[in-house]
Design a protein around this ligand. Sequence first.
Ligand code: NAD
Length: 527
Amino acid sequence: MDLRNTPVLVVGAGIMGAGIAQVAAQAGHAVKLYDTRAGAAAEAKAKLAATLEGLVAKGRLEAAAAAAAVARIVPVSALGEAADAQLVVEAVVEKLDVKRGLFRELEGIVAPSCVLATNTSSISVTAIANGLAHPGRLAGMHFFNPVPLMKLVEVVSGLQTDAGVAAAIFELAKAWGKVPVHAKSTPGFIVNRIARPYYAEALALLLERAAEPAALDACLKAAGFRMGPCELMDLIGHDTNFAVTQSVYEANFFDKRYQPSLVQREMVDGGLLGRKSGRGFYRYGGGAGGGGAGDGAAGAPAADTAAPAAPPGAHEVTVHGDGPIAELLEAAATQALAGHGWGPARDRGSAWTGLRIDGARLMLSDGRTAQQVAAAMAVADVALFDRPLVLPPPPGTALAFAVAPQAGDAWRAQVPGWLAALGFTPVPLADSPGLVVTRTVAMLVNEAADAVLQGVCTPAGADAAMKLGVAYPAGPFEWLARWSPGGAAAGGGAAAVIGVLEALDAHYRGERYRVSPWLRRQQAAAQ
Ligand code: NAD
């Protein structure tokens, strides 16, 4: 089955349908565009013509190519005018009964060989196909917004989707210049499912007043994410994000792992929807940040430091651990102490990564709280810092830290100074397990691992989907491979991520932090 150059019908001329029609026309297809709202298809075509003219004016598109693409799009006022279609892409309202009804009607119009594709972002493809005479010919073709720019297409197979149909849509998406990834029809498919913890962990930290939104955003942006979770939720709209979270939660039979947050519901109920309403976690259109759930919480990030500060006084500094983070600490400590005429010692065989500074410890988070670590080591002066994901981190990188409640005042006062001397912008956090980046990335990895366990996608598919669909700086399995010095090949990544998740689970109890059996298998296989 080859769908390239076949006549295409796009149903629904809204944001997504117009984009899909543009991409298909630019790839050379004859495209018919239909919408139940009279005039909507013609309006979408006119808008698209203006967009392409804009690209021509900027020199990014040949005038002839733009004109040809526009000419290939024909608005139709009845589905019957598109009986010759060999592919229908549906992008109508997100309602199961509407989509089902549409496809049933289409089966009476198009040839039995015509492939049916739905752009649904949350409805089961299996459910949409239920009741069709030929359910095998229906698959998901899930584009991302804006369609002409976003490379990812999730090709979603329901229970009855023919493998040949999914393969044909996959090849077609490639021919349209996209990067397709196969997915099984499960709630949220790949991207909307694996991304849940990016929001959920931030909301959990806000709920327990561990930090303000600006602090969380600063930490995750420093880890390479293009936008922090709070500003991203403000951009998406809290109503939309809450609805997606709720639909994934309900579709998973109220699995606590996906439970929506009170913080977000309160904001939706109050009309604090983010950018579109002028206020979410931040204020827009005048007035300075802060607000919403973050009111009164501790810990906005300090401004970026221009140069590393001088380290607080110490007699002895030892860098503990092996691997890239220990190397980074050694280089930074060496530089920081050089002006004082001495340098750090090194203990590569240590069970932990970080700095021993006289009797105190500045340690990389392993998922436990600083209080727990201090108690386990029988050392009061303990502080934990978050996992730097970008190595080496650019100077002034925001990094969360927490000090054990047992610690003395002198050590508590010194910790930010040491982190600044090592080149970071210290971001104080309440003593929450896994700080910010550590717990968020561990949960993203865990969710991706479960998706692979359930056959939703492959590890490579998950990595591609998260990088292209939501612009993550790396894929979850790439993070897993880098997590520990041994790497995934040694099973070290899985062991370390499991350690973080188990620490979170022990702290909070409940279902949210249960470890994916896929990670346990990885760990066992490496032993
Ligand atoms: P939209 O509201 O911009 O457009 C929907 C269009 O469908 C409207 O023009 C409406 O008149 C038309 N319509 C409604 N019922 C119809 C019917 N029975 N037949 C023909 N036309 C009909 O919505 P959108 O954002 O383009 O979303 C469309 C689909 O794409 C939804 O399933 C949505 O979940 C999915 N989606 C949206 C995004 C996004 O970011 N907007 C991303 C991925 C997928």
